[in-house]
Design a protein around this ligand. Structure first.
Ligand code: 5GP
Ligand code: ZN
Length: 122
């Protein structure tokens, strides 16, 4: 899988060059349904900015990372899968590098929710 911005799948999805089922977008982030969902709700949240992995993030990326995580919570709410007590809630996963199971080298957070069993972690 390429680490290069010009051939990056998620940059192309963010730019609309490759179609996706979007659930949210603003100037900074895009969220869309995973093409191979592991759970009933499986959404990927990405920054429009090309950052390959979480390991590439520095202190200066903290505000962006913070907003990204807050956005995951907001999208979970919008999709009706937020934590509202009882058995409700969702999982947020950021795979990093081959050792973490990362397949696409553009930073993304998985948002997973729904009845078990799930196909995989995210
Ligand atoms: P990773 O393993 O890198 O954390 O997750 C990459 C995710 O991207 C996988 O869950 C995979 O199913 C999803 N994915 C790969 N290609 C596409 C695509 O073209 N469109 C969408 N919507 N999801 C994709
Ligand atoms: Zn990219």
């Amino acid at each position: 899988m390429s680490h290069d911005r010009s051939t990056c799948l998620f940059c192309k999805i963010a730019d609309g060059e490759i179609p996706s089922t979007r659930v949210y977008e603003d100037d900074e982030f895009v969220a869309f349904r995973d093409i191979r969902p592991a759970a009933e709700t499986h959404v990927l949240v990405i920054p429009r900015q090309h950052i390959a992995t979480l390991a590439d993030c520095a202190e200066s990326d903290a505000p962006l990372l913070g907003r990204m995580l807050v956005l995951v919570g907001r999208i979970a709410k919008d999709l009706g899968v937020s934590y509202t007590g009882g058995d409700t809630g969702y999982r947020t996963v950021v795979n990093t590098g081959p050792g973490g199971g990362q397949e696409v080298y553009h930073l993304h957070a998985h948002l997973l929710a729904g009845p078990r069993p799930w196909q995989r972690m995210g």
